[in-house]
Design a protein around this ligand. Structure first.
Ligand code: ZN
Length: 442
C-alpha cells in the first residue's frame, strides 16, 4: 500500500500498525483501530495484525510518547513571528503588535493558524488551546490540518457596555459555529481575555455562558504585578478571587501564566479544579518579573500544564523546548535543582494537558485515542539513552519528531507533512501583505 500521511491516511475503515517502537523502555507494537483508538500494545502483536488490512508504520528506532498538549497559545500569531522583539511590553504592544493586529483579516488568521498547526505537528503537538480573533477561520484551518484544538474568541470589552454586547454576540456566534461543525477534534471555549480587559459584567456573562453551554474557559491570569495591583485597586480582590467572584473558575477553566499568584490564590484554583498553563518562554522574554509559583501550585494540588503562548512572545511553538524551559526556570527561580524533574515535565506536557482540555488522550493505553508521537532515537540528542525522559526534556527538540498520529490519522510520516510547501509560501505571502496594509515599514 502507498503510504501517504494526512487527514486521509489511513483510508477510512482501516487501522494502523506501528511495529517495533520503544514504549516505556520496551520494544512494542501498537495497534490502532479504524475508529482512531489504541486497540492493542505489546511485543510481537503485530505479526497477526500485519495480515489484516492495516496501514503499517515502521516504528523501529523511535520512542512512542503521547501527543503533546499546548494549553495556551494564539496560533495565528505565527504570522507575526520575529516582527518585533526585545522591547518593553507596553511599547511592544502599542507601537508594534496592536497596530498590525488592527489590520488583521480572517484570511490572515486562516494562514497563520495553518502555519502554527504545521509547526505544532512537526514538533509533536497533537492538541492545543487557542484564543484569538476571526476564530471561524482558525477553526477551518484546524479542521483541515487534522489536529485537536479548543478554540476561544478573545472577549475584550474594556468596560464599554456597547462593546460588551458586541463581544457577547461574537462569542455566541462562534460557539454555535464550532458546535455546528460537529468535528470531534475541534471544540469551542469561552475566552475572557483577562481581568484588566474584561469588565465584571463581561466576566460574569462568560462564566454563566460557559456553564450553560457545558464548555471550558480560557483566560490570562496574574501575568504581571501591575495586573494584580490594578485589580486590587479596582475591585478590592486579587485576580483569581475576582475571577471566582465572577463565576469564571471551574473545572474546565485553563488559566494562563499565573506568575504573580499568591498562596491563597493557588489554594482557590485547586479548590475550583482549575488548570494552570505555565508559559516559561513568554514570561522570560517579556520579563514579567517572577516565575510561576510551581511549588505552591503543586502543593495545593493544582493541575499544572504547559503552553508556549503566541509566536509574537516566544517565538516558537515547540513544546519540547517548553518542557526544558519550564524545568530550568523553576529550578533557577526557586533555587532547587530537584524541582520539576524530567518525568514531571513530560507529564505536564501530556497527561496534565489532556486533562485540562477534557480530552481522553495523554496516554498510550488500550482504549485511549491514538494521539501518538514517534521520536527518533538514533541521533546524538537521544544517545546513549540512559534515561528516555531526561533526553526528551533536556536534549531533544521538536525536530527529533519522526511521525505524528492524531485520533488515528497520520499527520506526519517519517518527517513528511503533505502540503507543507504551499502552507509555508501562503503564510509568508499573507504576513508580508499584512505589514504592507498596516503601512508599517517592513
Ligand atoms: Zn497569551
Amino acid at each position: 500500500m502507498k503510504k501517504q500521511a494526512g487527514a486521509d491516511f489511513p483510508p477510512a475503515g482501516e487501522g494502523i500498525l506501528i511495529e517495533g517502537a520503544r514504549l516505556r523502555g520496551k520494544n512494542t507494537d501498537i495497534l490502532v483501530d479504524s475508529e482512531g483508538r489504541i486497540s492493542g500494545t505489546g511485543a510481537g502483536i503485530g505479526k497477526t495484525a500485519r495480515r489484516s488490512a492495516v496501514a503499517w508504520i515502521d516504528g523501529r528506532g523511535c520512542i512512542a510518547i503521547p501527543g503533546l498538549v499546548n494549553t495556551h497559545t494564539h496560533a495565528a500569531m505565527a504570522l507575526l513571528r520575529g516582527y518585533a522583539d526585545d522591547m518593553p511590553l507596553q511599547e511592544w504592544l502599542t507601537t508594534k503588535i496592536w497596530p498590525l493586529e488592527a489590520h488583521l483579516a480572517g484570511k490572515d488568521v486562516y494562514q497563520g493558524t495553518r502555519l502554527a498547526c504545521l509547526e505544532m505537528i512537526r514538533s509533536g503537538t497533537t492538541a492545543f488551546n487557542d484564543m484569538y480573533f476571526f476564530m471561524e477561520d482558525a477553526a477551518r484551518a484546524v479542521a483541515e490540518m487534522g489536529i485537536r484544538a479548543t478554540l476561544a474568541y478573545g472577549f475584550i470589552d474594556l468596560g464599554d457596555p456597547e462593546r460588551r454586547e458586541k463581544e457577547i454576540r461574537a462569542t455566541g456566534r462562534f460557539v454555535s459555529a464550532v458546535k455546528g461543525m460537529a468535528n470531534p477534534l475541534v471544540r469551542p471555549a469561552v475566552g475572557p481575555h483577562a481581568v484588566y480587559t474584561v469588565s465584571p459584567d463581561g466576566l460574569r456573562w462568560c462564566g454563566e455562558f460557559a456553564r450553560e453551554e457545558g464548555i471550558g474557559i480560557h483566560v490570562h491570569l496574574a501575568e504581571t504585578s501591575q495586573e494584580v495591583q490594578d485589580c486590587v485597586t479596582a475591585t478590592g480582590r486579587r485576580p483569581a478571587a475576582h475571577l471566582d467572584a465572577c463565576g469564571c473558575l471551574a473545572e474546565r477553566t485553563v488559566a494562563a501564566h499565573g506568575c504573580w499568584l499568591d498562596r491563597e490564590e493557588c489554594a482557590l484554583l485547586a479548590a475550583r479544579g482549575v488548570s494552570v498553563s505555565h508559559n516559561p518562554a513568554s514570561n522570560m522574554k517579556l520579563a514579567v518579573g517572577r516565575a510561576m509559583p510551581y511549588p505552591w501550585l503543586r502543593e495545593a494540588g493544582v493541575n499544572v500544564t504547559l503552553g508556549t503562548d503566541g509566536c509574537a512572545s516566544n517565538n516558537s511553538l515547540d513544546l519540547f523546548r517548553a518542557m526544558k524551559e519550564a524545568a530550568l526556570l523553576q529550578k533557577f527561580a526557586w533555587n532547587d535543582p530537584t524541582l520539576l524533574p524530567a518525568p514531571e515535565a513530560v507529564s505536564l506536557a501530556t497527561s496534565a494537558g489532556a486533562r485540562a482540555l477534557g480530552i481522553p488522550s495523554g496516554r498510550i493505553e488500550v482504549g485511549a485515542p491514538a494521539d501518538i508521537v514517534l521520536v527518533g532515537m538514533k541521533g546524538p540528542a537521544m544517545t546513549p539513552l540512559f534515561s528516555e525522559e531526561s533526553d526528551l526534556v533536556y536534549s531533544a527538540t521538536g525536530s527529533s519528531v519522526d511521525t505524528v498520529i492524531c485520533n488515528g490519522k497520520v499527520l506526519m510520516l517519517h518527517g513528511e507533512v503533505p502540503g507543507e510547501e504551499e502552507i509555508l509560501a501562503s503564510a509568508a505571502r499573507s504576513a508580508a501583505a499584512l505589514v504592507r496594509r498596516s503601512g508599517a515599514p517592513s
